[in-house]
Design a protein. Sequence first.
Length: 322
Amino acid sequence: MGDITIKKVNLYGENCNPKTAVANEYPTSHFAIRQPCLMYVSAVRNSGKSFSVSKLVRQAQKEKTFNQVYIITPTFESNRAYFGDMIDDENVFQPTKTSIQEVIDKVEEDKEEWEKYLVEKREYDFFMRLLKNGKDLTDEQLLKYMDMGFLEDDKIVPPKWKYGKPEPPKSLLILDDVLSSPALLQSSGLTKVATLNRHISPLSEEFVYPDGMRRSACGLAVIIISQTYSMSQGVSRALRENLTHLILFENKQEKMFNKIREELGGAVDEEKFLKAYHLATKAKYGNLLVDFNPRCKTQTFRKNLNELLIFPDDLRECKCSE
């Protein structure tokens, strides 16, 4: 057998490449968790799960990553110290068959307000062009613009987006201690947010950020906090295989840990995972975050959220800038 001959044919070239998919990503800083995530946080009771998630959300709030944070939980009062100052009482839901859909409905309401704002902004821009060009307004136009709030006490008032910076709404849903709720598990909502979270509440028109990043939906980040990685009536394997992030604390159940290893085998290097896991979880309350779609391979593993566990071969390929 000789060397392989390569012959290029004039088919399937760059002119056949599909358009780049829209990531529907929220703006975040370089070392922050990319959003909207689908994150699973698994550990036994009193391991520090809620504490760690509250730190993650608090950092996101510092960066104004989310406009609204929702939580579905039967135990909010016991975790009020962690989440009470970040989640309005009206955004707290008991786990029921309809609770996830109720949150999605709230995201939809925000989207409708966003699209109403866009209409008002276009009307305002047209109104300002008329004034700039010295056009006389008809009585009908004058009444219309007064009704829209553009004229108040002889002052021109532009429309304002309720969340400040004009961009589509960004939301987070936390599901805490809900796997004991048959009503929620039997609803279609859990599957919906697990498979479509980045595409929930599609926009009528695509939004483009100054850096070229695009969004075609509001999306909904989802964090699931659970006392077990897998159970017969718990989160399905199909959901776990859609995860963008996984946070693990020390797991002393060999059978369960082997299941985690098995499921992560195709997503991350097993040898690296084992080394990172044992390093991150050996101290009390220590945890390992696994990022399945990191900006850089050096961000695949984190200890306690803020310590990157970097392997030599990944460091050589690193293009991060401090």
